[in-house]
Ligand binder design. Structure first.
Ligand SMILES: Nc1ncnc2c1ncn2[C@@H]1O[C@H](COP(=O)(O)OP(=O)(O)OP(=O)(O)O)[C@@H](O)[C@H]1O
Ligand SMILES: [Mg+2]
Length: 249
């Protein structure tokens, strides 16, 4: 099982949009588990499910198993562990290593080919639990100055977590989102990321498409739509590139 963590500490950088579409796109290639680690629960909404106030992925920090929160979604190959709304990570002490332990003890890797984790825009125990188990970290970023700064901050956080967890660095892929090729700032920002981190880490950009915002209302990821759209095309390409890179690593 490959674990893909979608992360960027900067808010509103299309983490959830990316997690939902990548998870749904991968579901065409294998069985996928989506963990909605952000208590906002937007990824759960994105795959046609409600937030849960009693049982969710965060229940593992309250002594529950991961698998008891599993629920079906819009795609038969995609299973969700929804967000537990109102879970407050700061009410608990020592949450270290719990996700890793649950994945191991419940042999989650025997049941899924891919696990996609949507993370909150904070550097807290939820993100640390996710980074500890990540094979791949996918960093979506809006291509402007603070977006580029945020990618750098994310890279440093990844190096730090690799040291803290005594593990190898996860493979990192950077995804420009809401990209408009006619905006100079966007082109320059992508170029800066390419120069700083290497072309091989960069995925093809996702353009602006209002359908990517509207998909949350219908609870159906755009990548699963029968009608073609820019957002759908871009995320399909993203999944294809990601699969090719993961097979190569
Ligand atoms: N390519 C796109 N084109 C148009 N709108 C987009 C695109 N990608 C994301 N959006 C919209 O931008 C907003 C932020 O996206 P999203 O919620 O995925 O970001 P996020 O990083 O998960 O945010 P948060 O930090 O709050 O978790 C949402 O309203 C989403 O629908
Ligand atoms: Mg989000």
């Amino acid at each position: 099982m490959k674990i893909i963590v979608v992360s960027n500490r900067k808010g509103g950088s299309a983490k959830t949009t990316t997690a939902v579409n990548v998870a749904s796109g991968l579901a065409k290639h294998g069985s996928v588990l989506l963990l909605d680690f952000d208590t906002q629960g937007h990824a759960s909404i994105g795959v046609g499910c409600d937030l849960n106030e009693k049982l969710g992925v965060h229940s593992i920090f309250q002594g529950k198993t991961l698998s008891e929160s599993f629920m079906p979604t819009v795609h038969e190959n995609l299973t969700l562990s929804p967000a537990l709304s109102f879970f407050d990570v700061y009410e608990y002490e020592n949450l270290d290593g719990i996700l890793k332990k649950r994945i191991k003890e419940e042999s989650i890797a025997d049941f899924f080919d891919y696990c996609v984790i949507d993370t909150p825009p904070t550097f807290d125990a939820l993100l640390k639990n996710s980074l500890e188990v990540a094979d791949v970290v996918l960093v979506p970023f809006v291509p402007h100055h603070l977006g580029v700064v945020a990618v750098g901050q994310m890279m440093r956080a990844l190096y730090k977590s690799a040291i803290d967890f005594h593990r190898e660095l996860a493979d990192v892929y950077i995804l420009p989102v809401m990209y408009n090729p006619h905006i100079v700032e966007h082109k320059e920002s992508v170029q800066k990321v390419k120069t700083s981190f290497g072309e091989s880490k960069l995925l093809s950009p996702i353009g602006i498409d209002i359908k990517l915002a509207q998909q949350f209302e219908s609870g159906a990821p755009i990548i699963l739509n029968t009608k073609r759209s820019k957002g759908m095309k871009d995320y399909k390409k993203c999944v294809k590139e990601l699969l090719a890179k993961m097979q190569r690593e």
